[in-house]
Design a protein around this ligand. Sequence first.
Ligand code: NAD
Ligand code: MG
Length: 396
Amino acid sequence: MKIQNITVLGSTGSIGMSTLDVIRRHPDRFHVFALCAHSQVDSLFAQCLEFRPEFAVVRDAQLAAQLAELCRSGGLLTEVRYGVEALIEMSAAPEVDSVMAAIVGAAGLEPTLAAARAGKKLMLANKEVLVMAGELFMHAVREHGATLLPVDSEHNAIFQSLPADFGRGLAACGVQKILLTASGGPFRNTPLADLSAVTPDAACAHPNWVMGRKISVDSATMMNKGLEVIEAHWIFAAPPEMIQVVVHPQSVIHSAVQFADGSVLAQMGNPDMRTPIAYAMAYPERIAAGVEPLDLFKIARLEFYEPDFERFRCLQLAYDVLREGGTAPAILNAANETAVAAFLAGSLPFLGIARLNEATLNALPARPEGSLEDVLAADAEARLFACQAIRENSFS
Ligand code: NAD
Ligand code: MG
């Protein structure tokens, strides 16, 4: 078996660490070529010591000097780089077989796109890439023969439930609906009046999953499910009306596909990201991921509810921008990243997130998606508008 050389974008994050845990279990299959993170030098150094990658990447020159010194003193040969250019290089390097795209947010767009353009096996967790630039990204995947494997648990479940040749069209494969499950987050049943006082820690306390803070807040607003509707649209070429969100508080069914003959195929498992990560890494084989087997007797009950679009306004906004097209999803994504960062920093109330997202969409016209530059311009414009609105305190 040829050893797979992997670049991990976002190695110090929740998905990055789960990826390294799967790699740790299979040293005969995987080798880490590059570890890329933002500013957590100490945890990146610990990862370098364990996985001995050829390269490590951090945000800037100063952090790179710190990490390089640590590597030298630890006797490591790891070469340290910094900045977006280095991320792009690590995604596209000829030695690399596969890339785990697990940076959070728009910062992942360029390196992930570079992996697609280099025709890599691309394991995609960074859903914001598809939300911002779905058309551009999917075009790059097709044009350069990249293999796109969804890591997001729902999309991984849908991928597992579809026939291998789904690329010829969902309708041609007899697909009627994609059933995208959602836990509903920590505030599914919280009285609406109490939502205005929600704190960042309460929003990040997800009932079933342990994740990074940004996606945890997105789960609490259900923006995450909205982003996933757009993600499903692009990965599976599914029109919005074919994607049905199903609230399923136990997070055991990770999503399902309904077919013309009445069959519904689903993928189930404990809520542990190492399952979809291991699936993507070993595809089409199956390998151990360190995940507890599912105990149906212990679970006993599975529930399903329709989503509440009033309570979770962000979910509605996502369907709206998907139908509108062009740069509208990129504008929503940028507004949301700005709003979530402000909420986590204590300068925007929880309910202000949806309000700010909506106001940004209302203020800025969508344009055709066009080039990467057009997408980045829409992203920058939306961030500017949202930051200003937060400073003027119009959403408190
Ligand atoms: P996280 O916050 O735990 O980790 C983010 C990683 O990205 C860190 O390693 C950080 O150093 C790196 N990073 C952040 N900004 C960067 C920048 N500007 N340049 C380079 N690196 C940067 O996030 P996470 O929960 O692991 O999520 C990562 C992505 O995966 C997100 O897009 C999220 O939506 C998606 N995802 C996560 C989960 C989950 O269970 N955590 C599930 C599905 C999808
Ligand atoms: Mg998900």
